[in-house]
Design a protein. Sequence first.
Length: 172
Amino acid sequence: MKQYNNETMKKGFTLMEAIVAIFLITVGIVGTYALITMTISSATISKDKLVAAYLAQEGIEIVRNIRDTNWLDPANPPWNNGISITSDYRFDYQSLEFPDTTCSLSPGNYLKYDGNFYNCLSGLDTKFQRKITISDGPVSGDSLNIKVEVSWQEKGRPQKVEAQENLYNWKQ
């Protein structure tokens, strides 16, 4: 029977410790890298959803602004002057009426960012498209239903944020 001395046993045990230590360090580094990658990806998606939510709310505010401008006009136009019941259109704060023919909604026509504002005429193209649909509201003749859809592509998958509100002619 072969006998092992203490010196031989110590060398084998040290090699096994090194292998386990290298494995644990590798698993820790790979896990940390995966966590960091997922965090960065989630932060980007969250940022885009937040921007889209603000753009959807802005779409409703633009229509509300046209209505409020009509109320303040001394010529006293109808409350919904310049707001057509339409299918799908784009427009921005530079638009004076809805639909704005200078802001077409066509494939590949994205909102632009000029460093300060999102608009449809000047600046760099973004990944966002905003579609605004106006229809009759729940009170015929005295309300409008505003639906805003902001869409974009994220890692090859379509994303979308929707907002909807009814505007009323409460200043009768």
